[in-house]
Design a protein around this ligand. Structure first.
Ligand code: NAP
Length: 252
């Protein structure tokens, strides 16, 4: 039990990597607070976790709303008395137009959901971690935050995911001496709705970019998030942890 008795917020828990991570964290003994916009999906995941003997609660909302980040923290404290970690994972790919054709609304959506929401999350979570003297934050960046794999149309998404690495490193520096660790997880292509699930041509194209010639499962990426949130990674902070089937090595 890697997370026995710990309370962890997971955003993007209605689908894909977040849902897989929340289930895994609960199996590993965590009390999980599930966040995303779709309440039916959150409720059903919470019921499944509780049905398997775990502890879960949920609150639907939009991560672009600063109040929502604060409400998730308040819920964790109300339900479980403490907050030990957060997997700030919600994200979108958005419109993949080249920049000259990209609409400003898309830029704001992608940056707002992927990056500004992480800033709101950290602002809500770090004061609690400071009081407790411990806490671990993981942001879901992407291999695209490091290198876009030669794919075009990544202007907004890549900027948001590279920004998360910078945010994680800044927070890591500012709070390392307070027992707070902040890391970025950089998954490669992962079979989820955002990763092309249900579209065999997209999945084959993305799989082929990876030296392993396959994509990750959400469960594999969840294992990396578990490592970063658990005490097994106790000397890691400010790290961009790449879990990408060799994609970034191919491009180096
Ligand atoms: P997914 O299955 O589409 O899940 C995205 C999650 O984000 C959903 O739970 C969604 O919930 C939530 N979300 C999106 N916008 C939100 C908003 N405004 N407010 C609250 N929640 C919101 O995709 P995924 O692949 O698991 O993505 C998870 C993270 O991994 C993302 O940050 C993504 O960029 C990153 N990533 C994915 C891949 C990949 O190949 N799949 C690779 C690298 C990184 P609701 O729709 O219910 O709000």
């Amino acid at each position: 039990m890697e997370l026995e008795g710990k309370t962890i917020i997971v955003t993007g828990a209605s689908s894909g990597i977040g849902a897989a991570a929340a289930s895994l964290f609960a199996e590993e003994g965590a009390n999980v607070i599930l966040g995303a916009r779709r309440s039916a999906e959150l409720e059903s995941l919470a019921e499944r976790i509780k049905g398997s003997g775990g502890n879960a609660t949920w609150l639907a909302g939009d991560v672009r709303d600063q109040n929502y980040s604060e409400a998730l923290v308040e819920l964790a404290l109300k339900e479980y008395g403490e907050l030990d970690g957060a997997f700030n994972n919600a994200g979108i790919v958005g419109d993949m137009s080249p920049v000259p054709e990209m609409q400003i609304d898309n830029w704001h959506d992608v940056l707002g959901i992927n990056l500004t929401a992480a800033f709101f999350a950290a602002k809500a979570q770090i004061p609690v971690f400071r009081k407790q003297g411990h806490g671990s934050i993981v942001f879901t960046s992407s291999f695209v935050g490091f290198s876009n794999g030669g794919m075009s149309g990544m202007g907004a998404y890549a900027a948001s995911k590279a920004g998360l690495i910078g945010l994680a490193q800044s927070l890591a520096t500012e709070h390392a001496s307070e027992g707070i660790r902040v890391n970025a997880l950089l998954p490669g292509g992962t079979v989820t709705p955002a990763g092309g699930e249900g579209n065999p041509d997209v999945l084959a194209y993305i799989a082929d970019l990876h030296p392993m010639k396959r994509m990750a499962s959400a469960a594999e990426i969840a294992q990396a998030a578990l490592f970063l949130l658990s005490d097994r990674s106790s000397f890691m902070t400010g790290s961009p942890m790449i879990v990408d089937g060799g994609m970034s090595v191919r491009l180096a």
